[in-house]
Write a protein that binds this ligand. Structure first.
Ligand code: CDP
Ligand code: MG
Length: 703
């Protein structure tokens, strides 16, 4: 059955034809082994959505009710005895919120601090807030309990328990390899295996060893997760011990679709309304989709359909959660809904682990994830939507069983589930390693000699060092030392190509503009073009269009946005089909980058209307991303001679500049370049002569 036929989605109004035939789900036999009934089922039933079905209990009682509470003395004993320890405990057992507090109360951190890393900023912030609340005595976050994420540092001299993203701890390690500020480092959600966590494993392991050799205060390392390959981790950490905590998760009833559904997004919406019509209002729903575009489209559909008089069910509050949102927006998912209203959270895999969104009783799992993969042979990094792993599927369904028995609707069949990879491939084995190689060099570590838990592919390492050399961050491929430019590049939380652009901008007198473009490139698209209003959107944005390409067009938009008064900005965005949230995020990123530039005493110059200066400046970082027009009107990339086309969404589509610089490659049936500016071929000779010599560049003026 094709479920898309159940929704008649026309231009301006989405009308719901209540399905004569619902999406068919099969219940999975017995619950899988990871999801089991807890003996404390009734005792913990107080955490119902919004607290409106059962009386509230104090936050301290909630802490005492957690499974970890009874074990705290024993756990502290074990933590005291071991310098490195793995702690495994089911989600909701209290690892992330309680263990740092127990350590703090027992003063195991002595004169140092306790760092607790999280793979995502929303988790670091929400958990720090929760723990500050639990810690009590009228203290707020930023006192004893604080957090630090890429654009926000909420800590003070008093802070002893610091939740931070793994990326932030890695940045701190760049300033102090031994992490002497901390006596305890907890690497949480270790199974997520982000590049940063994988690097941190090696960094803390080496810091611990060196501190012991040099008689510094010892560093205690704790690795925590709900699910991970304990033997593999234990071997890596010198055969350290593992402690197992009993969890308290509730049974989750799993349902699979009877038939495959390719349009998983529409199927998620349909499934939501099936639940919506039957479940009590305080049973909230969590939907997993892949990225901002899908999530916002789904949110829009649900909002519209929920208002349809034909649709039964309580009022709905729709919340979205994805990485590109500003912090404040992400935090909105944690706000309680008024009684009698159903909350639906539509999220990427951010909500898969670490965050607790209270009230979730139903999970709808679209079964897909957006993931980045790097191909050293072509030098291209592709963002692809692909099937999740079985491990992710279990994590997702587990979200429904955190506070009471739950339900998970999987928008895939049982056999599709069985075909999924058992576990996800660590990011370090599939990503572009440029930034990480640079960051490690800032720690005086050459990636080839780094003690990895799982080594990344050799050709990815090779490709990263070649790029760093071309960018001028290192003298040659084997060097351990960064050049002075390389040292500065490492200070930016950016791809080295982008840091190089910012650091070249002074020379071209265009730092203002370069900051804007790099901030725009670090965010999700600021353009919103509803299908039904495409012509209108394009005509109102026509005045921003630049014949030089997409980045300059976006720069023109940002420049005008900047001149609009604070109060009028939202309206202006609405009128120009600009995503208000995303452009605020750009503004935020931009000011952070500007701060770093000011620390280097860079002159924040502007090139005004001399856009050539900016185009040249962009080329200083992106000369490896140049493509040349061929006689057959296709483009060939200079680097790998890949045949490509200009993406139809580009402002340069339909024009044929002889040379273009691109920032993204998308592969569908053909290979497309996206995010394009035109450049003059002769600039390449001026800006990247060495690169040209090695790449057989056949530039001729009459091309
Ligand atoms: O880390 P782990 O999954 O073991 O659990 P946790 O994050 O420490 O959370 C333990 C419990 O604290 C959750 O099950 C929630 O009941 C509660 N909690 C909460 O209510 N709000 C939060 N922001 C975090 C946790
Ligand atoms: Mg946790």
């Amino acid at each position: 059955m094709d479920c898309s036929s159940k929704y008649n989605i026309n231009q301006s109004k989405i009308s719901l034809k209540l399905n004569p035939v619902p999406i068919l789900f099969n219940k999975n036999g017995p619950s899988p082994k990871k999801i089991k009934l807890s003996d404390n089922f009734h005792r913990n039933a107080n955490f119902f959505a919004n607290g409106n079905s059962l009386p509230k209990i104090s936050i301290q009682d909630q802490r005492r009710n957690l499974p970890i509470f009874e074990k705290r003395n024993k756990l502290l004993e074990i933590i005291k005895r071991h310098k490195t320890l793995i702690i495994i405990g089911e989600t909701g057992s209290g690892k992330t919120t309680q263990i740092p507090q127990y350590i703090y109360s027992a003063r195991l951190q002595e004169n140092g601090k306790i760092a607790v890393t999280q793979p995502r900023r929303v988790a670091a912030i929400s958990i720090a807030m929760r723990v500050a609340l639990e810690h009590g005595n009228g203290m707020s976050v930023g006192d004893v309990v604080g957090y630090s994420v890429r654009f926000e540092d909420v800590t003070s001299k008093k802070t002893k328990i610091k939740y931070l993203t793994d990326g932030m701890l890695l940045r701190e390690a760049m300033l102090d390899r031994l992490l002497l500020d901390y006596n305890v480092v907890i690497l949480d959600e270790a199974h997520e295996r982000t590049i940063h966590t994988d690097i941190l494993f090696g960094v803390v392991k080496s810091a611990q060893k060196i501190r012991a050799e040099r008689n510094h205060p010892p560093l205690k390392i704790i690795i925590m997760s709900a699910t991970m390959d304990v033997d593999h981790f234990s071997r890596y950490f010198n055969n350290c011990q593992a402690a197992y905590l009993e969890g308290r998760t509730y049974p989750v009833n799993i349902f699979y679709t009877v038939k495959p559904h390719d349009d998983y997004q529409t199927s998620c919406v349909a499934t939501f309304f099936k639940i919506h019509q039957e479940a009590p209002a305080n049973h909230d729903v969590l939907i997993f989709l892949t990225g901002q575009e899908e999530i916002e489209a789904c949110a829009h559909q649900i909002r519209l359909l929920a208002k349809d008089p034909d649709v039964e069910g309580p009022p709905v509050r729709v919340c979205t959660l994805y990485a590109a949102q500003p912090n404040s927006q992400q935090m909105a998912v944690f706000q309680p809904t008024p009684s009698g209203t159903r909350k639906v959270v539509i999220s990427t895999n951010i909500a898969e682990t670490s965050v607790t969104i209270s009230g979730i009783k139903y999970v709808i799992d679209g079964g897909m994830v957006k993931s980045r993969s790097f191909h050293p042979s072509t030098g291209l990094e592709l963002l692809k939507i692909q099937r999740i792993s079985q491990e992710q599927a279990w994590q997702r369904s587990g979200r429904a069983g955190r506070q009471s028995e739950g339900f998970c609707y999987r928008i895939y069949t049982r056999s599709q589930f069985e075909l999924m990879k058992p576990t996800s491939i660590p990011e370090i084995q599939r990503a572009n390693l440029n930034s990480v190689a640079l960051q490690l060099l800032a720690l005086d570590i050459h990636m080839l000699h780094f003690d990895f838990l799982d080594k990344p592919p050799k050709d990815s390492i090779q490709a990263a060092f070649e790029q760093l050399k071309l960018l001028g961050a290192i003298e040659d491929i084997d060097s351990i030392a960064l050049t002075s430019l390389g040292k500065k590049m490492a200070r930016f939380p950016l791809d080295p190509k982008f840091s190089k652009i910012l650091l070249s901008a002074e020379q071209y007198g265009c730092l203002q503009e370069a900051l804007t473009v790099i901030a725009l490139l670090s965010s999700e698209s600021i353009l919103t073009t509803p299908r039904s209003k495409r012509d209108q959107a394009e005509s109102v944005r026509q005045k921003f269009r630049s014949g030089y390409g997409d980045h300059i067009t976006l720069l023109n938009i940002y420049r005008e946005f900047d001149t609009i008064g604070q109060k009028k900005k939202r309206n202006w965005c609405h009128e120009h089909f600009i995503n208000f949230r995303n452009i605020l995020y750009v503004q935020d990123v931009r000011s952070q980058l500007e701060e770093i530039c000011k620390n280097f005493d860079l002159h924040i110059s502007s090139c005004g209307s001399q856009i050539d200066q900016l185009r040249k400046c962009l080329l200083t970082g992106l000369f490896m991303n140049v493509a040349e027009l061929q006689r057959d009107r296709q483009y060939v990339t200079l680097d790998r001679r890949q045949v490509t086309l200009i993406h139809p969404s580009s402002v340069l589509h339909g024009q044929q500049p002889a040379y273009v610089v691109f920032t993204e490659v998308v592969q569908s049936t053909k290979c497309y370049l996206r995010g394009i500016i035109s450049i003059e071929g002769e600039w390449l000779r001026e800006i990247a002569p060495d690169y040209l010599r090695n790449h057989n560049f056949r530039y001729s003026k009459d091309c």
